[in-house]
Write a protein that binds this ligand. Sequence first.
Ligand code: PLP
Length: 431
Amino acid sequence: NTSLQEDDKEIYDLIQKEKYRQFSGLELIASENFTSLAVMEANGSPLTNKYSEGLPGARYYGGNEYIDQVENLCRKRALQAFRLSSEEWGVNVQPYSGSTANFCALTALLQPRDRLMGLDLPSGGHLTHGWQTSKKRISSSSIYFESMPYQSNPETGYIDYDKLEENANLFRPKLIICGASAYPRDFDYPRLRKIADQHGAYLLADIAHISGLVAAREANNPFELCDVVTTTTHKTLRGPRAGLIFFRKKKESDLENRVNNAVFPSNQGGPHNNTIAAIAVALKQVATPEFVNYAKQVRANAKALGEALLNYGYKLVTGGTDNHLILWDLKPLKLTGSKVEKICDMVNITLNKNSVLGDVNMVSPGGVRIGTPALTSRSFKEDDFVKVAEYLHRVVQIAIKVQEKAGSKMMKDFVVACQDVEEISALKKEV
Ligand code: PLP
């Protein structure tokens, strides 16, 4: 049994480089976080060797005595983390990722070609919520089901619930999905439930981004009114990469069997037991007062960052944030998200370009998404984020200058024009 370093130096060295990259720069991608050593230890454990198709107590393979205990513990902790009673709610902890969890949930709730409505991608929704363009069905959630996305109001950036209600009256969906990847505000669950009930539709909340905030009572509680709740485990929840599906144990709709069967055998094979153990470790941490403080700080930091950028005179979608992220509209500066992301990369700040409402070209989004969960895990406080805002202000000023120097809007000219710009190397040193 040789170590990774001895066995495969190439991969070992790349891991060391990535580790250095993660810790030497400013990590602002809203969907990322730094998980704990304990989580990584469970994730890298011998549990990865075991096959265990099925559920605890009902497996298709022998030798699952300990694996059953791990999965049961994970299920118990998942319910506890969100204060759910096992009488009313159940959870499947086997989905390999958030996308898989969502497709399993659709498999459980819908028949092929049934109708669903989810938040449109340019409004901040996720691909798996029925994403399609006017020309093409892109996500399997729009290929196998009929999708009619709903949007945010272009003036305010907030979800247009009135329009959603109007369109639902025409489309009569069987499922409404709420939740988002790039929406800086919370969700109006009572309004969504009311609209769903008008059509006898299910309501599914995908809380992938905000699950840590929900667990810490720092966001509205979707469990009060939704039938199914899905989440990833690696964003604000700070666990390994995976997904969870919570379902209401209503006898008449038998969601328990439908969800469990949708995961296995409909969409997945053997569960990744190492990951399930790592989720359990993360969920134990979520139940601590330290985690509640962490979630509060994530929001306070996002607010401080947003306010600092507003003070520089920049435009944020919805004018601010209620959660862990901000969406910065760069169109008034005549910049694209790609250009700002590029300069950020050059100075060791990691964030991502993001479409904002009103973009004409999906390939060249007009904004960037910035999140606070990862740097809050590295103990950043409000003052630190005011400093981050100053760095981002400098990045944007550099981008404006470089764009002028490039004399064209083309990305390749922009990259060439970045060469020998002193402010870039100066900022990199400071970061
Ligand atoms: N749902 C939402 C709201 C997300 O933001 C994401 C990913 O960013 C997913 C689902 C998909 O998760 P995964 O990348 O684990 O498949």
